[in-house]
Design a protein around this ligand. Structure first.
Ligand SMILES: [Zn+2]
Length: 321
C-alpha cells in the first residue's frame, strides 16, 4: 500500500488494504476508496473496526461504488471494512490475532495485522484528515438505539460548534457527549488534533430503516461540512443531547438470564425496575429486580438472555442542556 497509495491523486481511485496487512488467516483483503476533487476538507469514513457490525459497512461500500468525483468538494476517503478479516469471518475481532481493533490505536507498523491496519490509518491518513467519521452498530452482544457521539478539542480544524452542527444535521434522535478512550480510533484522532464523530447505527440485524438512516444521515452530515454536494433533503434537529458516564451503566450483579422490562429509547426514572435477573440453578426461581441507576433514556441493552457477572444489562443517557 505504501508504494501505491497516493492520497493526493486527483479523481476516484481504489486501493487494496492487503498491501498493509497482507493475507490474514486466508482472507485476501478489501478496498479503500479515495475521492479527491478540488479545494475543501478531507473526511475519513471508516467502518468495520468491529468486523461483525455490518450496517455501516454495507452503506460505505455502496457509497464508495456510487459517489462520483464531481459530487465531492475536497477529499473523501472511504474504508468500508478496515478490519476486513474479521468482517469476512463474521467476527468482531481478527481471526489472526484476536485483538479488539478499537483498543490498539495508534497501532504499530511492524505489529500484528490489526495493529498494522491501525498504524496505516494514523500514519498515512490522519495527517491529511480534518474530520473522522467512525461507524459502528450493536454487533452480536448488545442492541443500541441509533446515536451519534462527537469528539473535538480547541486544536481541531473542525470546531466544537461546527461538529455539533454536523451531528445535528445527521438526523439521529440521540447525540451523546462523551470523553474518548485514547486507544480507540476517535481517541487517537483527538490526540492528533482531529475532530471525530462516531455513530452507533442500530442493532446489528440489517434493518432497512437503519440502513437508510445511516445512508441519508451520512450524506446530510457530509453536506453540512461542505465536502459533498447536498444529495438528500436536510432535516431539522428534533433530538436530544445526552451524557452517558459510568454512573449510567447497569451491569449484572451475578450470573443469570435477563428479562428486559423496558425498551430501547424508553425514558426511565432512577429506581425504576428496568430488568429482572433470573437464577440458573437452585430451588429459588424468583428473579432479582434490577433498578435504573439514574434517570434517563435507554440507549443500549444486552441482546442475549445469558449474562455473566459484570456484563452490561443496559446503559442510560442523561439529558443535558
Ligand atoms: Zn463497534
Amino acid at each position: 500500500m505504501a508504494s501505491t497509495f497516493n492520497i493526493n491523486k486527483p479523481g476516484k481511485h481504489f486501493y487494496d488494504l492487503s498491501a498493509v496487512a497482507g493475507e490474514v488467516a486466508g482472507i485476501q483483503g478489501d478496498v479503500l476508496c479515495c475521492i479527491n476533487q478540488g479545494e475543501g476538507p478531507t473526511v475519513l469514513l471508516c467502518a468495520g473496526i468491529h468486523g461483525d457490525e455490518y450496517e455501516p459497512q454495507t452503506v460505505l461500500r455502496h457509497l464508495a461504488e456510487t459517489l462520483e468525483t464531481e459530487q465531492v468538494i475536497g477529499r473523501l476517503i472511504i474504508i468500508p471494512a478496515i478490519n476486513y478479516a474479521a468482517a469476512q469471518s463474521g467476527a468482531r475481532v481478527s481471526p489472526a490475532d484476536g485483538q479488539n481493533m478499537n483498543r490498539v490505536f495508534p497501532g504499530k507498523a511492524d505489529g500484528t495485522p490489526t495493529e498494522r491496519l491501525a498504524a496505516f490509518i494514523t500514519r498515512e491518513i490522519f495527517p491529511a484528515t480534518d474530520l473522522l467519521i467512525d461507524a459502528h452498530t450493536g454487533g452480536n452482544d448488545v442492541n443500541v438505539v441509533p446515536m451519534i457521539f462527537g469528539f473535538s478539542s480547541d486544536e481541531c480544524v473542525v470546531s466544537d460548534p461546527e461538529l455539533t452542527r454536523i451531528m445535528e444535521a445527521w438526523g439521529y434522535r440521540y447525540i451523546q457527549h462523551v470523553t474518548g478512550i485514547d486507544s480507540t480510533i476517535c481517541g487517537a484522532a483527538l490526540a492528533a488534533g482531529i475532530a471525530s464523530v462516531e455513530i452507533e447505527g442500530g442493532g446489528g440485524c440489517l434493518r432497512s430503516e437503519e440502513l437508510s438512516t445511516i445512508h441519508d444521515g451520512l450524506l446530510r452530515a457530509l453536506a453540512a461540512l461542505g465536502v459533498l454536494q447536498p444529495l438528500v433533503e436536510p432535516q431539522p434537529f428534533t433530538g436530544l443531547h445526552l451524557s452517558a458516564g459510568p454512573e449510567a451503566q447497569l451491569v449484572a450483579p451475578q450470573m443469570g438470564v435477563v428479562e428486559h422490562k423496558v425498551n430501547l429509547g424508553d425514558s426511565v426514572t432512577k429506581g425504576d425496575v428496568v430488568a429482572l435477573l433470573y437464577p440458573l440453578a437452585g430451588k429459588a426461581s424468583a428473579p432479582r429486580e434490577l433498578t435504573a441507576p439514574v434517570s434517563g433514556v435507554v440507549l443500549r441493552q444486552a441482546r442475549n438472555a445469558y449474562l455473566k457477572e459484570g456484563q452490561l444489562v443496559m446503559n442510560l443517557g442523561v439529558i443535558v442542556g
